[in-house]
Ligand binder design. Structure first.
Ligand SMILES: Cc1ncc(COP(=O)(O)O)c(C=O)c1O
Length: 370
């Protein structure tokens, strides 16, 4: 049996009760609890300001998974089409496509960026076993994607692109292509459960808003097959408090991130995920090992350090999706075997980070090579 966890893999920190209280009292006094009330509208306006975009470019939703499904529905795609996506992703991405009436079609990722890139998507389109109705690139652990490249791809192929940017709150670039960000407690701007859709296309955001409320737009008659994806005023209250605290919270994450970058410069065989520490903060710290993660997990647990393979076996090997079509995915297979999530949260100390890096490096050295 492993000793008790001394350093957990995650210890979220959301706004404290006293920071949320003024917003809760405002709910008590105006008695608006949901349906695009004042807290949610203000949270959306402040999010747009935060991203440097116009009002009306951000819609909040109950979570990112529902947000992805909602955007697919907003695009009115032919049912039964394929949704091209990387196999290297969390279960939510293919689940959202299936809920949107599409079949996931998994492709490989670049070993450099860990992401599905426009050039890979072009090749996957040519090899597709059916009509590709949409493409859903995924930001790997919050790394930025090639937005300009995806805009060119969309223009050239006519296939709409929806970005799963679940962990990419910090540094999100908002363009016409819709991005969906998670506000789950495990993310950098966490509100418990929540998500946002961001796009500079106001028509898309308005349509998504309509479909997030049963398809109602100005009347109680459904104008499309909608769902209920509305964030409640309580979610909005936590969101407002979280945004007020964001500069301090981001600074804490930035310090933790820099400590990891410093700690791993001494261990070059272990690679931080692409983009980690390059001017933005992520929600997790995942590293690529030169050996199988299975060979070091036990040693880390024995030292009281919790680790997690955030994306498990990768989506194409999960029971729910293994029958979905795919290209060969050798890089994803390698990632699924060798990528490990390390403790990462805003109040992790420098000494803890050095201990994690040192313990991992020792475990890697002791592990038989692949
Ligand atoms: C890549 C990816 N997509 C989607 C999601 C789902 O986000 P949510 O929990 O807000 O539904 C996650 C959650 O971590 C994720 O990692």
């Amino acid at each position: 049996m492993s000793p008790p966890v001394r350093i957990p893999v995650l210890l979220p920190r959301l706004p404290a009760a006293e920071a949320i209280l003024p917003h809760l009292q405002a709910i008590d006094s105006d008695r608006r609890y949901s349906n695009f009330g004042p807290r949610v509208l203000e949270f959306e306006a402040r999010l747009a300001q935060h991203f440097g975009t116009q009002p009306g470019t951000v819609l909040t939703v109950t979570n990112a998974t529902v947000g992805l499904t909602l955007v697919l529905r907003t695009l009115d795609l032919p049912a039964g089409g394929l949704c091209l996506m990387p196999a290297w992703t969390f279960a939510a991405t293919p689940s959202a496509a299936l809920a949107g009436g599409l079949t996931p079609y998994f492709a490989y990722v670049s070993p450099k960026t860990w992401a599905l890139e426009p050039a890979i998507a072009r090749r996957a389109l040519d090899a597709a076993p059916g009509k590709v109705a949409a493409v859903m690139p995924v930001s790997p652990f919050g790394a930025p994607l090639d937005l300009a490249g995806w805009e060119l791809f969309q223009k050239a192929t006519g296939v709409p692109v929806v970005i799963d940017a679940a962990a990419q709150f910090d540094g999100l670039q908002v363009g016409r292509i819709p991005s969906v960000v998670s506000l789950h407690a495990t993310k950098t701007l966490g509100i418990g459960e929540g998500g946002l859709i961001a796009s500079t296309d106001p028509v898309l955001i308005r349509r998504a808003k309509t479909l997030s409320n049963f398809g109602f737009y100005g009347s109680r008659s459904a104008t499309g097959v909608g769902i209920n994806a509305k964030l409640s005023e309580y979610g909005g209250a936590v969101g407002l408090a979280a945004l007020e605290e964001w500069p301090a919270q981001r600074a804490r994450f930035a310090r933790v991130t820099q400590d990891y970058v410093d700690a791993f410069t001494r261990h070059p065989a272990i690679q931080l995920s692409p983009g980690f520490g390059q001017g933005r903060v992520s929600a997790t710290c995942s590293v690529l090992l030169p050996v199988s993660a299975a060979r070091v997990e036990g040693g880390m647990a024995d030292a009281g350090i919790e680790t997690r393979r955030w994306w498990g076996t990768a989506a194409h090997r999960m029971i729910a999706f293994h029958a979905c079509p795919r290209t060969e995915v050798p890089v994803t297979e390698m990632m699924a075997e060798r990528v490990l999530g390390l403790p990462y949260f805003s109040d992790l100390t420098t000494a803890q980070i050095q201990e994690v890096a040192h313990t991992l490096a020792r475990a890697v050295e002791a592990a038989p090579a692949i």
